[in-house]
Design a protein around this ligand. Structure first.
Ligand code: ADP
Ligand code: ZN
Length: 723
């Protein structure tokens, strides 16, 4: 048999098909190999997608040669299949999907040898407490990097330098980092009956080494994490790797510590905040099978696992799993696809499963594992509503008397209160009281949000911002602006007036100091270092605040007034999650929900703790309306600098719709945000029954239409999350 002479190489750019290259004599290539190939007048990176004995399509003579093969881990079979699958399903160019799965070989270079410090035996000329601590740390004879030694001893770098100068410490080359092995039996948790049953089912699934989806459906505080960690332990015992996806990886320190307590060490983290070198190391370690467990954001789906045994998707209902720029994909769904391609089990965990997953479980496609109660018999919070129509606060205040009294009681008892308001900034709208002008973003169909802590008016869609205005831009009136409605900053102002003694903390994603600061503040809250926490959805989810006894929802109607058919589900999930922050370590916790519509079925489901009731009503509604998961949807957003251009191309698309009884195309209509960053957006919605191949149909449709020209752009979102 002769070696194949041609290779189809996929290049990580916006092309859908691999290009063919000739394989030079003496070069051996396999599928998934990372190569350098000529493209136009430059050389670019690519991955071998297929090998052939005959060139694919193009005439033989004109083919260029593969320039080089890199000695780095290949893109494994399952990842190549995942790229193909995802590109087909989302109608994204295959090369753009590969982009998420390929790393620059330069980033995978072996790590530089590290220099460490070790004691020599020479006694220091002068002893100080700092020097003493440092020498005590190094007394075990192990070498440590300078920064590490200083940190461990709690001394400054100059203390270390001083001892090096005196010859008390010497620099030595340290061995390459040996990877810590995780111990599946390091500290096994004693599970309760429901946890035990669920954990057994998971372990069986892992041992069976076959595709299966488990929906781990347990109320907040029921101990889902302990359960899926048993599944992880089983995979480790089998010598296989595990991928755990989480929606907000940068905020998961609590989780990392729990993981370390269970298995002896932390897992490898994968997200955009991890530096390039570290990422290269994780990547190579995953490919070599040395990294056993990765906890990551959605991009971790494309890691080159050598022997994956289990995938976990924590908080599977989270909107953050949907990537909404570039390639539009849902990481939860793609995790299921990857598990199917690898023929392994996947666990979807949530206290508020998505309607999609719940329906899949009801129909027997997923196995549902239920944890009906909180761990340790802890009570769920007692939930009541405050009717804002009759018992609301005075004008320009947002905390009703009943909630104020509860907060006071909580703070006086030395416990914590969390006030939830899903609105960043001080006020969502600034209005001129003379002429009624509303201050809008010049680039978007959105109001500018008053961020008073920063003294800026800001657009939450494009980032436009400016200093607060003095004159009204329309009528020129001076001092005529009123802030309308509350944001977390305004709520903090009210709390400071009502509870001057209390320690207040505002937590929202635009906090100065970024994600790292937020992480620290969340840990501080967990340690009890705030009396009243005022936060957006950032604090509503996943965290464990042991001292939190009261949750106040300032405006439960915010999500309900939305026209989006998924608004009900999202509101239910968010309220359930935020209410579930209370009383995780102590009984007697409470939640008060301020609303204008206490009789609304979703508010009622929350108050009565009637999850089943919610799913029943919501699923029936979706089925009747043929909405997901009973029907398929795809959004096509056409945008352009001129509205007319966007509309014209949308009409071109509509004229080309192939007549198909299964598919209905709605629109063109204004997209929910009609103007973003100076681009006008119009939208088409395609809808079909679930059993119909909507993606395939769309590909045929779009291939019959000329591509958009000029500054017109078409974005396709299969399974849009809001519609
Ligand atoms: P969930 O993710 O379902 O909201 P967690 O897994 O965070 O719940 O568990 C809630 C709390 O109960 C945590 O503080 C956790 O440490 C504790 N817990 C759960 N299961 C156990 C167990 N088997 N043994 C000891 N503590 C547990
Ligand atoms: Zn804007």
């Amino acid at each position: 048999m002769t070696a194949p002479r041609f290779a189809d190489v996929l290049i990580p750019v916006a092309v859908d098909r691999p290009y063919s290259y000739r394989i030079p004599a003496g070069m051996e290539l396999g599928p998934g190999d990372v190569v350098a190939v000529p493209l136009g007048n430059r050389t670019t990176l690519g991955a071998v997608w297929a090998l052939r004995d005959e060139p694919g399509g193009v005439s033989h003579n004109r083919l260029k040669e593969v320039a080089a093969r890199f000695d780095v881990p290949v893109v494994p079979h399952a990842v190549r299949q995942l790229c193909d699958w995802l590109a087909d399903y989302t109608l994204s160019p295959r090369g753009m999907v590969l982009r998420m799965a390929l790393r620059d070989p330069d980033d995978l270079a072996p790590p530089k040898p590290r220099v460490g410090l070790r004691v020599t035996g020479t006694a220091p000329g002068r002893m100080t407490p700092a020097r003493g601590r440092l020498l005590a740390v190094l007394a075990d004879g192990l070498a440590r990097a300078k920064g590490e030694a200083a940190r461990e001893a709690g001394v400054s770098a100059s203390v270390v330098d001083g001892l090096v100068d005196e010859g008390v410490l010497e620099a030595v080359l340290m061995p390459a980092e040996a990877l810590a092995r995780l111990d599946p039996d390091h500290a096994v948790a004693a599970l309760n009956d429901a946890q035990h049953a669920a954990a057994l089912a998971l372990c069986d699934a892992v041992a069976a080494r076959a595709f299966a989806v488990q929906l781990l459906d347990g109320v907040t505080g029921s101990g889902k994490t302990e359960v899926y960690l048993e599944g992880v332990a089983e995979a480790l015992r089998q010598g296989r790797q595990v991928l755990i996806l989480v929606p907000e990886i940068a905020l998961t320190t609590q989780f990392l510590d729990r993981f370390a307590a269970r298995f002896g060490h932390r897992p490898a983290a994968w997200h955009s905040g991890v530096g390039t070198t570290k990422r290269g190391r994780v990547w190579a370690g995953v490919a070599a099978g040395e990294v056993q467990v990765v906890i990551g954001a959605r991009s971790a789906l494309f890691l080159p696992f050598q022997d994956l045994g289990l995938v976990v998707v924590d908080e599977e209902h989270e909107g953050a799993y949907k990537q909404d720029d570039g390639v539009h994909y849902h990481a939860r769904d793609m995790a299921v696809v990857r598990a199917r391609l690898e023929d392994i089990p996947v666990v979807l965990a949530s206290a508020t499963p998505s309607v999609e997953s719940r329906v899949n479980a009801d129909r027997g496609r997923y196995r549902r594992l239920v944890l009906p109660e909180r761990f340790g018999g802890r009570d769920m919070p007692k939930i009541a509503t405050v009717d804002l129509r009759s018992a609301g606060p005075p004008r320009t205040r947002w905390i009703a008397p009943a909630l104020e009294a509860e907060i006071r009681r909580t703070v006086e008892a030395g416990e914590q209160a969390l006030l939830f308001l899903n609105r960043r900034g001080y006020a969502p709208l600034t209005l001129c009281r003379t002429c009624g002008e509303r201050i809008q973003c010049p680039n978007c169909s959105a109001w500018l949000v008053d961020h008073r802590f920063r003294r800026r008016l800001m657009c939450h869609h494009c980032g436009f911002n400016m200093p607060p205005l003095e004159h009204c831009p329309k009528c020129d009136a001076v001092d005529s602006f009123v802030a309308c409605g509350p944001g977390v900053e305004r709520l903090a102002e009210e709390c400071a007036t009502l509870f001057p003694e209390a320690r207040l903390l505002v937590l929202s994603s635009d906090m100065a100091g970024g994600i790292e600061r937020i992480r620290q503040e969340i840990e501080a809250v967990a340690r009890g270092e705030a009396d009243i926490v005022i936060g957006t959805q950032l604090v509503a989810k996943g965290h464990n605040f042991p001292n939190l006894a009261l949750v106040g929802v300032i405006d439960a109607d915010l999500g309900l007034s939305n026209a989006d058919p998924r608004a009900g589900e999202r509101t239910f999930q968010l309220l359930q999650q935020v209410v579930g922050r209370a009383g995780r370590a102590k009984d007697g916790s409470r939640a008060l929900i301020q609303t204008h519509q206490p009789e609304h079925p979703i508010i009622q489901a929350i108050v009565r703790g009637d999850r089943e009731g919610f799913y029943e009503v919501e699923i029936a509604m979706r089925e009747a309306a043929m909405l997901p998961p009973f029907g398929r949807l795809a959004a096509l957003v056409v945008s352009a600098e001129a509205l007319g251009d966007a509309q014209a191309y949308a009409r071109t698309l509509v004229r080309a719709v192939p007549p198909t009884p299964e598919v209905k195309v709605l629109g063109p209509a204004e997209a929910p945000l009609a103007l973003v960053r100076g681009r006008h957006r119009v939208r088409l919605l395609a809808r079909s029954p679930r059993a119909f191949d909507l993606s395939g149909w769309m590909r045929r449709w779009l291939s019959s239409v000329e591509a958009p020209r000029g500054n017109v752009r078409l974005e396709i979102d299969v399974d849009p999350q809001s519609f």
